[in-house]
Design a protein around this ligand. Structure first.
Ligand code: G1P
Length: 294
């Protein structure tokens, strides 16, 4: 795999059933952690990694994501008139000028692999990143995507982010088997989507960050529906292994599964505790809440 990673793909067409009724009208990627929607965290991470083309794979119900990255003329005018310049900067800075956003519609919900394939006309023949916004990754140093991109460009190989999970959770993740694991990465020898614990090749689970070679698109075209009747990205990655090297990378940082209620609560507390203005009041509030419920 050669070339710089400039494109980041955000599959945002999922239903978000775990957050109903909120997600009846608000896409799950627009759920906030403190004061920013999940999608903004993922976008910032991709931009920090050097991406300048962001491809959002949406469905017809997800106008909110496109609206969010669009210019909000009326709101900008109001804030300007009111002299609320900080708030004005906040809404103007959702995307830096040099970054372009492209929206692609996934007309049928055929799975993550199919969503990634929908980005093909924009990505073309270059390596690219995939970020699943409901996996929120916090790190004090370089963001997870930047870590993956640096490894991918150094090793000339595709990279998948992984973390260790308890054995009973393998059925919720793509699971990899690796060889020659040194430091934080190893070569993937096998990858399976959501295996039962007794069939899992390891407890190393795929987290929603990938750097993939463009060859994945041909393999996705040829991928039939797998687990859950969906076209799985994991199956196309498994097919990649026969012709190329893919690495599993234990990223530095803390991942919050914001596709689950507990994950979103945990992330909110973490980000509040990391915020200069919110840390102390949050601590006080947590202490009070804990002693009141004891
Ligand atoms: C997807 C992938 C899975 C991966 C997971 C990470 O599953 O298919 O391989 O481990 O994201 O969050 P989903 O959670 O969308 O069912």
């Amino acid at each position: 795999m050669t070339g710089r990673v400039r494109c980041a793909v955000f599959p945002v067409a999922g239903l978000g059933t775990r957050f109903l009724p909120a997600t009846k009208t608000v896409p799950k990627e627009m759920l906030p952690v403190v004061d920013r929607p999940l999608i903004q965290y993922a976008v910032d991470e991709a931009i920090e990694a050097g991406c300048d083309t962001l491809v959002f794979v949406t469905n017809r119900y997800k106008h909110a994501v496109a609206d969010y990255f669009d210019k909000a003329y009326e709101l900008e005018q109001k804030l300007e008139k009111a002299g609320k310049f900080e708030a004005l900067a906040d809404i103007r800075d959702v995307l830096p000028r040099q970054v372009r956003a492209v929206f692609v519609t996934q007309t049928e919900a055929l799975g993550l692999g199919h969503a990634v394939l929908c980005a093909r006309p924009v990505v073309g023949d270059q390596p690219f990143a995939v970020l699943l916004p409901d996996d929120l990754i916090w790190n004090r140093g370089a963001g997870a995507t930047r870590q993956l991109v640096e490894l991918a460009e150094r090793e000339g190989a595709g990279v998948v982010a992984v973390q260790d999970v308890p054995i009973e959770q393998t059925r919720s993740y793509g699971i990899v088997a690796t060889r020659d694991f040194t430091g934080r990465h190893g070569e993937i020898s096998a990858i399976v989507e959501k295996p039962k614990p007794e069939e899992a090749p390891s407890t190393l689970a795929v987290v929603g960050r990938y750097v993939l070679p463009p060859r994945i698109f041909d393999l996705l075209e040829a991928t039939r529906a797998g687990t859950g009747g969906e076209i799985q990205l994991t199956d196309a990655i498994a097919a990649l292994l026969s012709g190329g090297r893919m690495l599993a990378y234990r990223f530095e940082g803390r991942r919050f599964d914001c596709g689950s209620r507990m994950g979103l609560i945990e992330a909110t507390l973490q980000y509040a505790l990391e915020d200069d203005a919110l840390a102390e009041p949050t601590r006080t509030l947590m202490r009070a809440a804990l002693s009141a419920t004891r």
